[in-house]
Write a protein that binds this ligand. Sequence first.
Ligand code: 5AD
Length: 356
Amino acid sequence: MENLIVKLSEDKRLEPEEYRRLLVCDDKNTIDYLHNTARETACRVFGKRIYVRGLIEFTNICRNDCLYCGIRKSNRKIERYSLSREEILACCRLGYGLGFRTFVLQGGELPDMSDILIENICSDIHSEFPDCAITLSLGERRDESYRRFFKAGATRYLLRHETASPEHYARLHPETMSLEHRMHCLDVLKETGYQTGTGIMVGSPYQTYDNIVEDIMFIGRFRPEMIGIGPFIPHKDTPFGRYGSGPMDNLPADILDITLRLISIFRLMLPDALIPATTALATISPEGRMLGILAGANVVMPNLSPPSVRKRYSLYDNKAATGAEAAEGMNELSASLATIGYRPVVDKGDWRASDS
Ligand code: 5AD
């Protein structure tokens, strides 16, 4: 098995069946070797530096109805909010003071008429903080909208594909959505010039190892600049609210373990990718963030949203938003990174040196 890891590290690719063997492998030494090789690769490219991005969850209003997501349109139990331009800028000022040089604006899928609003926010941030990068994570939008936001100063976009299998995609999303359209959006983002992020949830309902292998193959073809991998966590007011409380026949695995393996696999496939240790990972285990970094992740995204709205941006139950997951917790984050020999860095952290 160690030969497979050496092969992945050297060739940056494996055959589907070989990826599958890594996913189902039950030998602890092999998996340790996988994580160590990935961690060394990350160290070679980035040193012991962890990029810090300030996450601003600016609205939980969403026109979509993804079956797994707590802010889906059909969830009548949450109180909806939307931060004003001034409130968003206030978050950026706070973050800038804390040293952040990348702001990630994440929100539900707003109606198309909100384009102008988002454009204005991007240009306001861009002119007040010209030395900062703006990342958007606003779901599927029209091609034209993506182009407008890019012109207004956003240079990065996160849009997880969620699963590369059309059948699996259909089981997680309402009929109005399709994998084909998601892929179209990803292509447009890339063509527009965004550094593009994609990824999946691990352990989402009906997911199988074969699905995950398809996801790996897709990511190998698409070559995103950023890869977001987090465990699926049920949200009680969604159709999948009780999923995972019984045995998961489709994926008989520890989702923390598989998430960490995937972080390592992606690090070896795409050594200079930006791979966060996600909030969902920190939510399922107190050591999640650190384990993610030790498996090859190199980004953390503390929450910069005003504390008063954080509870309402509930994608899943018990989402971590305090301590080292929160912008105010930067000292705690630095201290915990120091225990494993890493330090946070606040520069824009572009993998492309030419990006301005
Ligand atoms: N558990 C884990 N991750 C979730 N997301 C949405 N709902 C959940 C959930 N219940 C993730 C999706 C989405 C990202 C913003 O949050 O992958 O792309």
